[in-house]
Ligand binder design. Structure first.
Ligand SMILES: [Zn+2]
Length: 135
């Protein structure tokens, strides 16, 4: 998927991409865990796998040792998935840790693959990173 700077952001914020997630994809630091979460969702939609990898906590169970394989797997996942909606249901930030509960509406190979997840984030050296999915 491609998006123009003036097109609606793929994170479904109703804002133009350039006023929403694009600055983060270009290297700006998302100030909140919710903004990081949204920018990861839109990075999935845009198959910006480098951003997904870069914003995954080094201690996350989703880290993979073989970066080339990880990249390939993410690319395949992004290619077969459509990102049709995102709702933030709840968020809590305490110091350098945060949780964000969201509902992601996706089509995985044309079938409904929507899910609700509570994600945990940690701020490391001033940057929010995705840590884990929690119950
Ligand atoms: Zn966005």
């Amino acid at each position: 998927m491609k998006v123009l700077p003036n097109s609606p952001c793929p994170c479904h914020s109703q804002k133009p991409y350039q006023a929403c997630c694009q600055p983060f994809h270009k290297g700006k630091n998302p100030p909140t865990a919710v903004q990081l979460m949204r920018s990861r969702y839109s990075a999935y939609a845009l198959a910006q796998v480098g951003y997904i990898i870069k914003t995954t906590h080094p201690k996350s169970p989703f880290q993979e040792t073989d970066q080339r394989q990880w990249r390939k797997r993410l690319q395949a996942y992004c290619a077969r998935t459509q990102y049709v909606g995102l709702q933030i249901l709840n968020q809590e930030t305490i110091g350098d840790t945060a949780t964000v509960t969201f509902h992601a509406m996706i089509l995985d190979g044309g079938a409904d693959g929507s899910f609700t997840e509570k994600s945990a984030f940690e701020r490391v050296k001033g940057r929010w990173l995705y840590l884990d999915s929690v119950r």
